[in-house]
Design a protein around this ligand. Structure first.
Ligand code: SF4
Ligand code: SF4
Ligand code: FES
Length: 238
C-alpha cells in the first residue's frame, strides 16, 4: 500500500493512494458536508456539496471524486466554498418541497443537517412549487418525489448492494425523476425484493416506510453500514 502525504487546511495528512480527498479529510477529523456520497457506494459527484479548493489557482472540485495526490494542497473552508455550499443547499430547497415540519424525515434528514451545516437561514431563490406524485403502490414503502434531491443513492444501493437494479432515473434536466424498472408503479415492480435498502440509503424523506408518521422515519443507516462492510470484508466463511 502506497501512502501519500497532502495538506488539508494546512494540516499534514497521510492517505492511501487511490483514496478520495473526502475520505482523507474525514479520516483526519475534517468534516466536509456531502449528500450524494454514501460510504460503501460508488461516488458520482453529482450534488456538488463537497466542493473543495485544490492546488495553484484554487479550482473547485468535489472532494468525493477527487483522488489524493502527493503534495496536494486542499482547502475545505474558505469564504468562496461556504458561499457555493450554501447556494447548492438553497437550490435544493427551492427545487423541491422541503416543508420539514410536515415531513416523515424531520429530525433524521441529511438535507436538513446540511442546511444547518452551511448556515442556511433563508432560500434566496424562487420556489418552483411544481407538485409531483407520491407513489404508495408498494405494500411496504412509498416514494414522495417532492422530497427527492436526485442524489441517486437509492439507485446505487439497489444496484451495488442488493443487486436488484430496480431504481433508475427517467427524464432529463428539471423533468428527471427516480423511477422503478420501466417507470411503472413501485408496487408493480417485478425486480424489487422489498429489502428496504433504498429507504435506508435515502438522505431525505423521499423514500419512507408506509405508516411512517411526521418525524417518524428511522433510516437505520447503521444496518446499511454493516451490510456494506460485510460485503467489502467478507467475514463469513465460504
Ligand atoms: S426495496 Fe430493495 S430491491 Fe426494492 S427497490 Fe429498494 S433496494 Fe431495490
Ligand atoms: S429517492 Fe432519496 S435516495 Fe433516491 S435519489 Fe431521491 S433523495 Fe436520493
Ligand atoms: S458528496 Fe461529493 S458531489 Fe455529492
Amino acid at each position: 500500500m502506497t501512502i501519500v502525504t497532502l495538506q488539508i487546511d494546512g494540516k499534514i495528512v497521510g492517505a492511501r493512494e487511490g483514496d478520495t480527498v473526502l475520505h482523507a479529510a474525514r479520516s483526519a477529523g475534517v468534516d466536509i458536508p456531502a449528500l450524494c456520497h454514501l460510504e460503501g457506494l460508488t461516488d458520482v459527484g453529482s450534488c456538488r456539496l463537497c466542493l473543495v479548493e485544490v492546488g495553484d489557482g484554487k479550482p473547485m472540485t468535489p472532494a468525493c471524486v477527487t483522488a489524493v495526490a502527493e503534495g496536494l494542497d486542499v482547502r475545505t473552508d474558505t469564504e468562496r466554498l461556504r458561499f457555493h455550499r450554501r447556494t447548492v443547499v438553497e437550490l435544493m430547497f427551492a427545487a423541491g418541497n422541503h416543508a420539514c415540519a410536515v415531513c416523515v424525515a424531520n429530525g433524521d434528514c441529511e438535507l436538513q443537517d446540511a442546511a444547518v451545516a452551511v448556515g442556511m437561514d433563508h432560500v434566496g431563490f424562487e420556489y418552483q412549487h411544481k407538485p409531483l406524485t407520491v407513489d404508495v403502490s408498494h405494500e411496504l414503502f412509498g416514494v414522495d418525489h417532492n422530497r427527492c434531491i436526485l442524489c441517486t443513492r437509492c439507485v446505487r444501493v439497489c444496484d451495488e448492494i442488493e443487486g436488484a437494479r430496480t431504481w433508475g432515473v427517467s427524464g432529463r434536466g428539471a423533468d428527471a425523476r427516480v423511477a422503478t424498472d420501466l417507470d411503472q408503479p413501485w408496487g408493480d415492480s417485478p425486480t424489487c425484493t422489498s429489502c428496504g435498502k433504498c429507504v435506508m440509503a435515502c438522505p431525505t424523506g423521499a423514500l419512507f416506510h408506509r405508516g411512517d408518521t411526521v418525524s417518524g422515519i428511522d433510516h437505520r443507516r447503521d444496518r446499511l453500514a454493516s451490510l456494506i462492510a460485510a460485503r467489502e470484508h467478507k467475514p463469513w466463511p465460504v
